[in-house]
Design a protein around this ligand. Sequence first.
Ligand code: COA
Length: 142
Amino acid sequence: MALDKERLELRRGLTPVQVDELVELFQQQWWTKGRQKADVEKLMKHAELIFAFVDPLNEELVAFARAMTDGVYKAMIFDIIVKDTWRNTGLGRLLMDTVMTDPVLSKVKHRELYCLEDMVPFYEKWGFTANLPGLFFMRQSS
Ligand SMILES: CC(C)(COP(=O)(O)OP(=O)(O)OC[C@H]1O[C@@H](n2cnc3c(N)ncnc32)[C@H](O)[C@@H]1OP(=O)(O)O)[C@@H](O)C(=O)NCCC(=O)NCCS
């Protein structure tokens, strides 16, 4: 089957089967590896903005991203993933374009994400900068 991203559909939630596919996608990324189905179901219950591209030919989840926002000042974008078989087809660009033009997210003052250094050139295409002198990304874990 040709990988034509034109046929993909944007969905704002996932079916139970697509949640399983998301769990599978998570196992393949370094920062989401080991996420358990029960926790991902909980994540989906609390998630604010979901961006899921689905292939209507087989209902397969082929790209995913999510965001949280206060609707005014800040939005955080997480878990940007294109299924490996669909990479380098422009789907990552479509996913990011969709997130960045979302009517809620595009009006917020700051859109933020974190990533490894090698992904900086990718996100710079949408105007993200890592040039934030004096700012530190901090974390407290439980
Ligand atoms: C990063 C990712 C979403 C890109 O998806 P993709 O479908 O391969 O991207 P596209 O084919 O739409 O490429 C879009 C553009 O980004 C560029 N690009 C793709 N991957 C890149 C990378 N790793 N670094 C820099 N640029 C990249 C492409 O060359 C293309 O540039 P152009 O449109 O200006 O010619 C995908 O590789 C992925 O899911 N990776 C694993 C998960 C991951 O690391 N996510 C990011 C976590 S911070």
